[in-house]
Design a protein around this ligand. Sequence first.
Ligand SMILES: NC(=O)c1ccc[n+]([C@@H]2O[C@H](COP(=O)([O-])OP(=O)(O)OC[C@H]3O[C@@H](n4cnc5c(N)ncnc54)[C@H](O)[C@@H]3O)[C@@H](O)[C@H]2O)c1
Length: 364
Amino acid sequence: MIIGVPKEIKIGEKRVSMTPSLCRRVTSLGAQVLMEKNAGLTAGFTDAEYKAAGATFAASAEKVWKSADMILKVKEPLEAEFGLMQQGQTLFTYLHLAAGPALAKQLCKKGILGIAYETVESSDGQFPLLKPMSQIAGRLSIQIGAYFLQSQVGGSGVLLGGIPGTMPGHVVVVGAGNSGAHAVRMAAGMGARVTVLDLDTRKLEVLDQEYRGKVVTLVSNPANVEAEVASADLVVGAVLIPAAKAPTVVTKKMVKNMRPGSVIVDIAIDQGGCVEGIQYTSHEKPTYQEFGVNHYAVPNMPALVGRTSTLGLTQATEPYVAMIVQKGVERALAEHKGLAKGVNTRGGRIVYGEVAKAVGFDQA
Ligand SMILES: NC(=O)c1ccc[n+]([C@@H]2O[C@H](COP(=O)([O-])OP(=O)(O)OC[C@H]3O[C@@H](n4cnc5c(N)ncnc54)[C@H](O)[C@@H]3O)[C@@H](O)[C@H]2O)c1
């Protein structure tokens, strides 16, 4: 099997889907790894390191896509990559198709076996390939929010931790899953006043136990969200309904009630965002203002810390990539139910119900 690793081209993306260590593992299992030249540089891995681990190289992304049986990527293919996908090819990457109908159509047209990192499940119903990036995005959301609260970048001038004698900033985290829990950890660590809301009270119980009163946990309903958002300096959107378009939890009316210069970081933007009407931003221009509130909605936040993110992602993907190499993709899918849950497109159709529902079609 030839595993192709193209350079990521999304704005500001620094991650790569293969480390030299993963390369060594899969080549020792008999795979050939074909890397686009310098694909790992932004994450701090040189071609020399990949070469020592058994990789071969191609000068262009075209050559990688053309020769590979399976393309291993980080982010979903962008429009510039649509023409590179080969009929019937296997693609293992984040897809986020609920927010990408154009890509979903292309994958169907080309009969791509599209295995989405974000819907691969572990035996306990968790999403092991989403988890590390969510943890990173959650942790980043607080340092990003703290930065955009600064006066010089249009923020309200609130220091999240405050100082003795002043009120700390109020951080409201909507969603207490992987990203939400890590946002809570960072915000609490900084000394902010933290409120976290979720529909799932078991998630709230865990945080309540852990923080013993230092963090307020609330059931997520419109009244609670409205009241908390109104007094928030920083709102973090961290909700997920697996594979579906993110639900709108924070409405425009709630945003209008926030103090000017407050900040929203909508981590869930990769699934369309959980703030009503929020628009995508990019690492080049990460925020815009609406109702005087700074909106941050970058769908590839972990790219900010490309090295840590690459290591976190590949340590999670390694067992799956190794299994695919050892068994071949069809046998791996047949024998591993959790990996099979990752299949979003196959044979020209969208085969994941929630995705088909979100995009409104199941074939091109
Ligand atoms: N922007 C980025 O760069 C980036 C990076 C990583 C992950 N993400 C995204 O972040 C989102 C969250 O991922 P996660 O791994 O934390 O998910 P998760 O499943 O671990 O947690 C999501 C939580 O949202 C809760 N929830 C659902 N509906 C809710 C509602 N109406 N109100 C309050 N809570 C609600 C769920 O009960 C769950 O606890 C996903 O869309 C994921 O793809 C984005």
